[in-house]
Design a binder for this molecule. Structure first.
Ligand code: ATP
Ligand code: MG
Ligand code: FE
Length: 334
């Protein structure tokens, strides 16, 4: 069963061909980072135009590398939300046309489910129930899965996502976009205890997150140093900030694991590429005898392979999308 996965929700145009849910035959990612870097963030109108320019050649490359034509595919999976509406529309319209033309099913994939399903690509033997920590540019969710497509959101951010906070602080520090990898790199040289930034735990027992407080605390530290004419040690700020974010993510995840008694944890989303977060969760799950899975960095940030993987399980369920599938920019996890 060969599934073509297409992802265009933000600033990556990506396509992948996946065989039987676990064998990646090709994976093309055309990133627009360079285009948006000079603005310090993604410019939506520019992003959709870039997708229009690149979608067709990215799909052609993916099919070519997999040595396939449309006739060899069982279905085409595409992200239909959440994301930027113009970007999503390019992928959805393209996938519809290709699937209709090839006479094969269209599979509509929730981008957030896609992030989590990146774990099944590497680890098709993952057993339910499992807990997922999804931390990306726009979302921070703890989700309990009982089976494929059967899940419950236990907690989510009430304001900024973890990735969003990392990106905003990195921009103020003048480190570059997207911020997560730059903060990680700067933190290597810094002292994580130089600053005690706040950890928002919210009400006792809450599995929700809040990262706007720690973000503001860092920005205030930088602003008041600037006003006093003092220089800050960027590495120390980055290390202390990363420490605060990872600390909260790990504590809440352990709380959710204790509450659900889930024997397995999976990590997903762009922030899942963070080395400190991976190390801390590895350590904590080992101590508790919990199985822990995380995708390689390239499958953490946006990519077509994760969409193909989620699409594969939809295909097995015969959960095909209607031909009037629309982009839903505010789509969440049900
Ligand atoms: P969403 O998936 O919520 O719609 P998105 O698709 O924009 O948002 P992703 O591509 O999943 O987000 O992730 C991008 C985020 O991951 C950015 O905020 C980026 O800074 C962060 N990120 C990437 N690599 C790392 C890293 N090594 N450490 C920390 N954060 C990282
Ligand atoms: Mg991106
Ligand atoms: Fe994403």
């Amino acid at each position: 069963i060969n599934i073509l996965g297409i992802e265009t929700s933000c600033d990556e145009t990506s396509a992948a061909v996946l065989r039987n849910g676990c064998e990646l035959l090709s994976h093309i990612i055309s990133s627009q980072i360079k285009t948006h870097q000079k603005y310090g963030g993604v410019v939506p109108e520019v992003a959709s135009r870039e997708h229009i320019l690149h979608l067709q050649s990215v799909v052609e490359q993916a099919l070519q590398e997999a040595k396939m034509g449309f006739g060899d595919l069982a279905g085409i999976a595409v992200t239909y939300g959440p994301g930027l509406v113009g970007s999503l529309l390019v992928g959805v319209a393209g996938a519809k046309a290709m699937a209709y033309g090839a006479g094969i099913p269209l599979l509509g994939v929730n981008h957030l489910e896609g992030h989590i399903y990146a774990n099944f690509l590497h680890n098709p033997g993952l057993k339910f129930p499992l807990l997922a920590l999804l931390v990306s540019g726009g979302h921070s969710h703890l989700v309990y899965f009982e089976g494929h497509g059967k899940y419950q959101v236990l907690g989510q951010t009430r304001d900024d996502a973890a990735g969003e906070a990392l990106d905003k602080v990195a921009r103020t520090l003048g480190l570059g976009y997207p911020g997560g990898p730059y903060i990680q790199k700067a933190a290597l040289e810094g002292n994580p205890h130089a600053y005690e930034f706040p950890r928002a735990m919210l009400e006792p027992g809450s599995l929700d997150f809040s990262f706007s407080g720690v973000k503001s605390a860092v920005l205030n530290t930088l602003n008041s140093a600037r006003m006093k004419g003092e220089t800050v040690n960027v590495a120390d700020v980055a290390a202390s900030f990363q420490e605060a974010i990872v600390d909260v993510l790990v504590r809440k995840t352990l709380l959710a694991l204790a509450r659900t008694k889930a024997p397995t944890l999976v990590l997903a989303g762009g922030v899942a590429a963070n080395t400190l977060l991976r190390e801390r969760l590895t350590e904590a799950t080992q101590k508790r005898g919990i199985a822990f899975s995380y995708p390689p960095p390239i499958l953490c940030t946006d990519n077509g392979a994760m969409i193909a993987t989620a699409g594969y399980y939809r295909y097995l369920d015969k959960d095909y999308a209607p031909w009037n599938l629309n982009a839903i920019p505010g789509l969440n996890l049900a």
